[in-house]
Design a protein around this ligand. Structure first.
Ligand code: NDP
Length: 294
C-alpha cells in the first residue's frame, strides 16, 4: 500500500487519519484526507502532515478508509468515488454501518476490482486519539491479513465473520451500551427521588454487581459533572440501537428490551437533540422524573 486515503474527518475520523498519516510518513508514503467540508481536511493536513485531497484523488489510493455517520453517507460517497477507484485496492469502512449495506457495498466495489471490509470501531474518541481502537471486521480473512498492518489506529483487530458481521457486532455492542446507560439512568433517578447522594450510590454500585462502563465512567464523568461533552452523538447511538432492532426483526427474533430502548433513544434525540452527547439521553429521564442527576 503506497498511498492511503481517509474519508470523513469527524470526531473519530480525524484522530484515526492522524495515525494513518504518521504511519505512512514513517514509511515514506502519504495519507490523502478528504472531508465533505474541505476546511477540516486542510486543517488536518496542517496539523498532521496528511495531504488534503479531492474525492477523485482520494479514490485512487491503494487503501481507502472511511468513517461517516451511517451507511447512507457511505453509499453517497461510494457512488461519487466509483469512477475513480483503482483495481486492486481495498476499501475499509469504519462507519458503524448497517449489515444490509455491506454486501451491496462489497459487490459495487467488486465491479471496480476493489475489495471491501466492514470494520467498525469501538473505544470512542479517547481510543481514537491513543490509537488503541478495537476493530471488529467482517469480510474475507485474506483481505484483512493484507490490511491489518496498516490499521495504525487499532489496538485490537478481530475478524468476527463474513461481510456484514462487523457492522452486526458493532450494532449489538452499542445496543448494550444504550441499554446499560438507560438502565443506570433510571436507577439513579429512583435513588435521586429518595434523596440518596448519587456519588455515594455509584461508589457502591461500582463495587457491586450492577456496575458497567456507564456507571464506572460515563455517568460520573459526563452526567454528574453536568458536562455532557459531545464526543459521540445521541443520534448516532439511536441509529445503532435501531440497527440491532432491524436485525432482530429481519430474523423474526424477539428483543423487546432493545426495541424499547431504541424508541427511548429516538425520543431523546428529538427532545434533547441528536447532536448532544449520547449521555444527554439521561436528561429525558430527568424530565420524566423531575430530578437532576448530579
Ligand atoms: P461526526 O459527526 O463527528 O463526523 C461525521 C463525519 O461524516 C464528518 O466528517 C462529516 O463531514 C461527514 N459527513 C456527514 N455527512 C456526510 C455526507 N452526506 N457526505 C460526506 N460526508 C459526510 O461523527 P463521528 O466521527 O462521531 O462518527 C463517525 C462514525 O463512527 C459513526 O458511524 C459513529 O456511529 C461511529 N463511532 C463513533 C464513535 C464516537 O465516539 N464518536 C465511537 C465509535 C464509532 P463534515 O465535516 O462535512 O460535516
Amino acid at each position: 500500500f503506497h498511498t492511503t486515503a481517509f474519508l470523513g474527518l469527524g470526531a473519530m475520523g480525524a484522530p484515526m487519519a492522524a495515525h494513518l498519516s504518521a504511519r505512512s510518513r514513517a514509511s515514506g508514503g502519504q495519507t490523502l484526507v478528504w472531508n465533505r467540508t474541505p476546511g477540516r481536511a486542510q486543517e488536518h493536513a496542517a496539523q498532521h502532515g496528511s495531504v488534503a485531497a479531492t474525492l477523485e484523488d482520494a479514490a485512487g489510493a491503494d487503501l481507502i478508509v472511511s468513517c461517516l455517520p451511517t451507511s447512507a453517507e457511505v453509499d453517497e460517497v461510494l457512488d461519487a468515488a466509483h469512477a475513480h477507484l483503482k483495481p486492486g485496492s481495498v476499501w475499509v469502512d469504519c462507519t458503524s454501518g448497517h449489515p444490509d449495506a455491506a454486501p451491496r457495498q462489497r459487490d459495487q466495489l467488486s465491479s471496480a476490482g476493489v475489495r471491501f471490509l466492514d470494520a467498525p470501531v469501538s473505544g470512542g474518541t479517547v481510543a481514537a486519539k491513543a490509537g488503541t481502537l478495537t476493530v471488529m471486521v467482517g469480510g474475507p480473512a485474506d483481505v484483512l491479513d493484507a490490511v491489518r498492518p496498516q490499521l495504525a489506529f487499532a489496538g485490537k483487530v478481530v475478524r468476527v465473520g463474513d461481510t456484514g458481521a462487523g457492522f452486526a457486532v458493532k450494532a449489538v455492542n452499542n445496543a448494550l451500551l444504550a441499554v446499560n446507560l438507560w438502565a443506570a439512568g433510571e436507577g439513579l433517578a429512583i435513588l435521586g427521588l429518595r434523596g440518596v447522594e448519587l456519588g455515594a450510590a455509584l461508589e457502591v454500585i461500582n463495587a457491586s454487581s450492577g456496575r458497567s462502563n456507564t456507571t464506572e465512567n460515563l455517568i460520573p464523568q459526563r452526567v454528574l459533572t453536568r458536562e455532557f461533552p459531545a464526543t459521540f452523538g445521541l443520534g448516532l447511538l439511536a441509529k445503532d440501537a435501531g440497527i440491532a432492532l432491524d436485525m432482530a426483526e429481519q430474523a423474526r427474533g424477539s428483543a423487546p428490551v432493545i426495541a424499547q430502548v431504541t424508541g427511548l433513544y429516538r425520543a431523546a434525540s428529538r427532545v434533547v437533540g441528536a447532536q448532544e452527547d449520547h449521555t444527554a439521553a439521561l436528561k429525558l429521564i430527568e424530565q420524566m422524573n423531575g430530578v437532576v442527576l448530579r
